[in-house]
Design a protein around this ligand. Structure first.
Ligand SMILES: [Zn+2]
Length: 195
């Protein structure tokens, strides 16, 4: 029932998380009404996005260069690593301006039902970094969910022999809530009161 080009875009949008077929339809109709310049910009941004972005070689954050801006910043405390699930957590913590160390992005959490095991996450790199970079504190900032807590416990076990100080965000964050969606004030106090 849709014209072919219209249908193709609907399929693209409907494949995105949290967008159902109805919303996809509405977005495509909206784009159809946009002027050509805006649409070309949109298309070019999408192309540049994949071409220019990569993972930071050190911390797995999203970056446009080999090292992300945080790893490159000599004013940051390079001996404290905050371990997070994904790059959106980095952005959320950065917004609070209450943390001046560096990060390690795991790329997810342990989740046996979705077949995510330790080999699928950047655990080995973390161990190597703690040793090589002589890290003094590791903050396990996985989300306070069942999987996040299990991942933190697992990391605690593998980091224990390295004799590094291990902390966790304070329990201001309610159970089941995630870092990415926490308000700045709650997150700030969770960072500052870590133990
Ligand atoms: Zn980095």
């Amino acid at each position: 029932m849709y014209p072919k080009s219209f249908k193709k875009l609907i399929d693209n949008f409907a494949a995105l998380p949290s967008i159902g077929p109805k919303m996809a339809e509405r977005l495509v109709l909206f784009l159809f009404k946009e002027d050509n310049q805006k649409l070309s910009d949109f298309a070019r941004n999408l192309e540049d996005f994949k071409k220019n972005l990569r993972h930071c070689e050190k911390c797995w954050n999203i970056s446009e260069e080999k090292l992300c801006t945080i790893c490159k910043d000599s004013l940051r405390e390079q001996k404290i690593i905050c371990v997070v699930e994904d790059a959106l957590d980095v952005f959320a913590i950065e917004k609070t301006k209450k943390y001046n160390g560096i990060y390690h992005v795991l790329g997810g959490v342990l989740n046996p039902t979705r077949m995510v095991g330790s080999d699928n996450l950047h655990f080995k790199d973390l161990e190597k970094r703690v040793e090589k970079e002589k890290i003094t504190e590791v903050i396990l900032a996985t989300n306070p969910t069942t999987e996040g807590d299990a991942t933190a416990l697992y990391l605690m076990r593998i980091l224990k022999p390295l004799e590094v100080k291990i902390t966790r965000f304070a329990r201001g964050l309610s159970t089941g809530a995630d870092i990415e969606h926490a308000d700045e004030l709650t997150l700030s106090s969770a960072i500052l009161n870590r133990k």
